[in-house]
Ligand binder design. Structure first.
Ligand code: BGC
Length: 528
């Protein structure tokens, strides 16, 4: 029985608009992608800061006392960082991002993508100043909420901006630039923490938190000079400016074909009054399920246990402060370089293969890491780990992170941006981001208590989820490689399961029947 649709996507199914790949479009996409830096810097900085003694003794003295007691190795290693306040500090940002990304879709539509990025950069800048100058926990948390609002604007507007500016044949690669910048932000934060941890006293954490101002300045200043996307300009009635911008980014004068499609798509999307309620229609069910499940699953891989808490985790398994931060730097490097693997292969080998390779790789490593920790610490957590043993644990964590970085990381940002029909694209993008943030928040909030209670079983818990999500991808995710966005509905219509949700006029939005794509899909539907 044909169970799942593999779509090879011949280039003949692509609608090639005339135009060149101009240095201008590459530069604008590069500048816009830097908004991923502010998200990444946040993801990477808090774990290191919350393992710094001056920070803990100033803001979280009870955690500091517990940590000191655990240093003699006679207390439970699994529970030494468990503190509700400490987790609130880390996770408050993601709650703010969740709410903001829902609201930002209106701002992004009314004021344009560029202005949303600018607003995000400015608010983030204010948050970094507040955090660097913090004198009490309240200032810390308010600062982090401001950072979260900034990240919400950036994550809602940037992927849309990138998809709209990029020429179709470079869309995948340029979209993944955003994830690459996230990983660069995480890595820079790890490096900063490694440097500042050597400073004695409050300047250590103050410098780490204030340096968030650097990526904030980059995106704030950068977005002032960015042109808005032609699609957004058309949608807001600036038709002539949109045409000039399109001519500039495509490097040719005759952009009529692409421009007319843009105007038609904008007219069509204006006919849909409520993107949100329209999303509930039966024909959008497959994409809606993906918008909810992909980001949920991404977080249930347990990646942010490593990204937020690597230094804490490494301290737990017995590294000193220096060794823990150093290991976090190594993990950050692996994350960044492995993302490049995805960028260079995604349009050749496809999305499914990357997911189906990354999942099992992560699962095997999670089982090994959980078992290594179980063998060493048992369930009491009262032991110490030898250096060699701890480095073996770090090595398997790195292989796990590499698996994530070429599968669930970048693909889960790319897919929501390419599977939605135009009329619900903005709302669906907000939904995908807020679901991501809901799970990011929940896992940040739950990790330290979970580590304390599930102990080494925490790694088996996330490993179990990886099995579920990999099975889901195998049966339910159709291949979208090389399929033009306007013809994307065909991959759902021809899918063994999702096909039942798409009625015969479900593909009528693109206008002309894309015969090539239909034939192509049928030919390569693969049976298992
Ligand atoms: C995820 C983050 C994660 C990061 C790691 C992103 O795609 O949304 O939660 O920390 O990848 O590189």
């Amino acid at each position: 029985m044909a169970i799942t649709g593999f779509v090879s996507g011949r280039s003949s199914t692509q609608k090639a608009y005339p135009g060149k790949t101009t240095p201008f479009v590459i530069l604008t996409c590069l500048v816009a992608a830097t908004s991923g830096l502010i998200f990444g810097y946040d993801l990477g900085i808090s774990g290191g800061v919350t393992s710094m003694e001056p920070f803990l003794s100033k803001f979280f003295p009870s955690v500091h006392r517990k940590m000191m007691m655990a240093a003699d190795r006679s207390s439970n290693q699994y529970c030494k960082f468990d503190s509700q306040l400490l987790t609130t500090f880390t996770s408050s940002l993601y709650l703010a991002t969740l709410v903001t990304s829902l609201l930002a879709s209106t701002v992004t539509r009314a004021l344009g993508r560029k202005n949303s990025m600018l607003i995000g950069g400015v608010i983030f800048l204010a948050g970094s100043v507040m955090n660097g100058a913090a004198e009490n926990v309240a200032m810390l948390i308010v600062g982090r909420i401001l950072l979260g609002v900034g990240v919400g604007f950036a994550c809602q507007s940037t992927p849309l901006y990138l998809s709209e500016m990029a020429p179709p044949h470079l869309r995948g690669m340029l979209n993944m630039g955003f994830q690459l910048m996230i990983t660069f932000g995480i890595f820079s934060a790890n490096l900063v923490n490694y440097g500042t941890s050597k400073i004695i006293g409050d300047w250590s954490w103050r410098i780490s938190l204030s340096l968030a101002a650097v990526p904030a300045m980059i995106i704030t200043v950068g977005s002032v000079f960015l042109p808005d996307s032609p699609n957004s300009l058309v949608a807001r009635g600036h038709t002539e400016k949109a045409r000039t911008t399109l001519q500039r980014i495509r490097g040719i004068q005759d952009v009529d074909e692409e421009f007319n499609d843009m105007v038609a798509a904008s007219d069509e999307s204006k006919r849909v009054r409520h993107g949100w309620s329209n999303m509930g229609k039966r024909k959008h069910r497959p994409q809606l399920v993906m918008a909810v499940l992909l980001p949920s699953f991404q977080q249930l891989t347990g990646i942010n246990v490593i990204m937020f808490y690597a230094p804490v985790l490494f301290k737990t398994i017995g590294f000193g402060s220096n060794g823990s931060l150093m290991s976090a730097v190594i993990v950050g490097l692996v994350n960044m370089f492995a993302t490049l693997v995805s960028i260079s292969t995604v349009d050749k080998i496809g999305r499914r293969l990357l997911y189906l390779e990354g999942g099992p790789q992560m699962f095997v490593c999670q089982i090994i890491v959980g078992t290594l920790i179980a063998v060493n610490f048992g369930s009491t957590g009262e032991a110490s780990m030898s250096k060699l043993y701890a480095w073996i644990v770090v090595a398997f964590i790195c292989i796990y992170v590499a698996g994530f970085a070429w599968s669930w990381g970048p693909l889960t940002i790319l897919l929501p941006s390419e599977i939605f029909p135009l009329e619900i694209r903005t709302a669906a993008q907000s939904l995908a981001i807020s679901v991501n943030m809901f799970f990011t928040f929940s896992i940040a909030q739950a990790f330290l208590p979970l580590l304390c209670h599930l102990k080494f079983g925490l790694f088996y818990f996330f490993g179990g989820w990886v099995v579920i999500m990999t099975t889901f991808i195998y049966f339910f995710l159709p291949e979208t490689k090389n399929i033009p966005i306007e013809k994307m509905v065909l991959v759902w219509r021809d899918h063994w399961f999702w096909g039942r949700f798409i009625d015969d006029d479900g593909h009528a939005h693109g206008g002309q029947e894309p015969v090539d794509a239909v034939e192509n899909n049928r030919k390569v539907v693969s049976a298992i």
